[in-house]
Design a binder for this molecule. Structure first.
Ligand SMILES: Cc1cc2nc3c(=O)[nH]c(=O)nc-3n(C[C@H](O)[C@H](O)[C@H](O)COP(=O)(O)OP(=O)(O)OC[C@H]3O[C@@H](n4cnc5c(N)ncnc54)[C@H](O)[C@@H]3O)c2cc1C
Length: 474
């Protein structure tokens, strides 16, 4: 009987451009593709677990077509892998790398423990499948990591181009035996308030390609101009696919290079889009080099920030009942669709941190629980960026005015009215400050009691936040 190789799927739920899987397929050994539900990893919210469940079911079917069988397990990966390598007499375990603190230390433990345990002689190998540039390869002049995006990205662009994506395996040799440790793929129910998630999204590798094709057809051309407008189909909405590895940044990079040379997209729109893929790289660069930033301020001066404990306001923000229509539309979009547009993420996060002075960690946790794309690197860096406590962050004293942001970025009100239909009768000039309609008693269509008054007055909140910021600058 030939030896076996265990291939461990994690956040790389695809067949194409999957170097660890291709290595296993080409090894000449029988391949055991597995997925482990790890109780020590940060538990997912409802939307992200739904996505993962859907994606795993599609992956299982895709593997079957090339002779593979995906098996599921629950437990500490080091223990599960030990049991499986004993059972299948595996001499090799392969996976694609992850970069957050928990994953790095878990994988290190596995690499240190398994080769010297049980039957011995187990080789553990990892590959890069989720980044264009490994975090340790991009260094500043003093040999350290980058803390500012622009020089980071310039350095990335100055070096070798990212590697080309690798092809999917065409065949896997399955093991004839079946181990007794497997569990069925758990079901993942959605709640009633998440009614649009299954309607709007198609998880899986094929769904990712379709989404990317649609973006190239309809969004890329207008990306640079309209990416900040939530009612325009200008952004790719690839984030959940990238989060779960149903498409890789190398695939995106290489396709964009191809369309760049064959079609008429402006240089500006192409480089703007690639720079956002660059922000994803930068987030992973930061979380790899400073894993503590998952829970701590990157800038220690923020450790003394006088955050307020305000459970009631936090709940109103979560429910989309702050009385500021663009903030509320964003929070309701998140609840119903598992997604929120980037500009609106910045506005809702800013409102929580600066208008309500609630610690960014409470917001990060809520986004983590609700987002389909909840990402250990991007969510943390996004929140610390808005708070001003992160790397290359927006300065704290720049406080978004939610009324002006609405007027500017939702100029027809289509986005806001979609998620707050009770405001759909309001004229555009009143949409982002509906309380004025009430006080002027001007709009007969506005039904009192349906939409809340602002939970905090903008001018007051702004001054309070600036005073608090002065305290940590002293
Ligand atoms: C408070 C806050 C929290 C966030 N949490 C997450 C998160 O959990 N997961 C997540 O993927 N993104 C997060 N982002 C970044 C960004 O909002 C989303 O990646 C983007 O809105 C996804 O939409 P898209 O795919 O249409 O983006 P596009 O504009 O089409 O960008 C293409 C891809 O580039 C990456 N990207 C774009 N903007 C950023 C950015 N600012 N930082 C890092 N990567 C970026 C994403 O992978 C995205 O899919 C957060 C931003 C903020 C301000």
């Amino acid at each position: 009987m030939s030896k076996s190789v265990i291939y461990w799927f994690r956040q790389d739920l695809r067949l194409a451009d999957n170097p660890a899987l291709l290595h296993a397929a080409h090894s000449g050994k029988t391949v055991i593709p597995i997925f482990i539900f790890d109780p020590d990893d940060r538990s997912l919210g409802m939307a992200a677990s739904w996505w993962r469940q859907q994606s795993l079911a599609k992956l299982e079917a895709a593997l079957k077509k090339i002779g593979g069988k995906l098996s599921f397990y629950e437990g500490r990966p080091v223990e599960v892998l030990q049991k499986l390598s004993d059972f299948y007499e595996a001499d090799e375990i392969v996976w694609n790398r992850q970069y957050d603190g928990y994953s790095v230390s878990r994988d290190k433990e596995i690499k240190q423990t398994l080769p010297n345990s049980g039957t011995g002689n187990i080789e553990c190998k990892s590959f890069n499948a989720s980044l264009l540039f490994e975090p340790w390869l991009i260094q500043n002049k003093s040999g350290s990591y980058f803390k500012v995006f622009t020089p980071y990205w310039r350095q990335c662009m100055a070096g070798n181009a990212p590697e080309a994506p690798c092809p999917p395996p065409t065949e896997l040799r399955s093991h004839p035996d079946v181990d007794p440790f497997q569990i069925p793929l758990p079901a993942s129910p959605l709640t009633a308030d998440a009614d649009l998630i299954a309607e709007e999204w198609t998880p899986g590798e094929a769904g990712a390609y379709q989404q990317f094709e649609n973006f190239i057809e309809e969004g890329l051309e207008i990306y640079a101009e309209f990416r900040d407008f939530p009612d325009r189909p200008a952004t790719s909405r690839l984030s959940p696919y990238l989060r779960w590895g149903e498409i890789s940044p190398r695939q995106i990079w290489s396709k964009i290079q191809f369309v760049k040379s064959h079609e008429k997209f402006s240089e500006q729109t192409i480089s703007k889009f690639l720079a956002e893929i660059g922000w994803r790289e930068f987030s992973h660069h930061l979380i790899y080099h400073v894993p503590e930033m998952a829970t701590q301020n990157l800038q220690p001066s923020f450790n003394d920030f006088p955050w307020l404990e305000n459970e009631e306001a936090l709940l109103q923000w979560q429910a989309g009942n702050t009385g500021y229509p663009l903030v509320d539309a964003g929070m309701r979009e998140l609840r119903r669709t598992g997604y929120m547009h980037n500009r609106v993420r910045m506005i809702t996060a800013s409102f929580l941190i600066k208008h309500l002075m609630i610690d960014w960690r409470a917001g990060e946790k809520y986004f983590w629980d609700r987002l389909l794309d909840a990402c250990p690197a991007n969510n943390i860096t996004g929140w610390q960026w808005v708070a001003g406590s992160g790397a290359d962050a927006a300065p704290f004293f720049r406080i978004f005015n939610p009324i002006i942001q609405g007027e500017k970025f939702d100029p027809q009100g289509a986005y806001t009215k979609r998620f707050i239909p009770e405001l759909s009768h309001l004229e555009q000039k009143h949409l982002f400050s509906p309380w004025k309609v009430k006080s002027d008693n001007m709009d007969l269509d506005f039904q009192e009691g349906q939409y809340p008054d602002p939970i905090v007055e903008h001018g007051y909140a702004r001054n309070r936040a600036l005073d608090a910021f002065q305290q940590i600058r002293r």
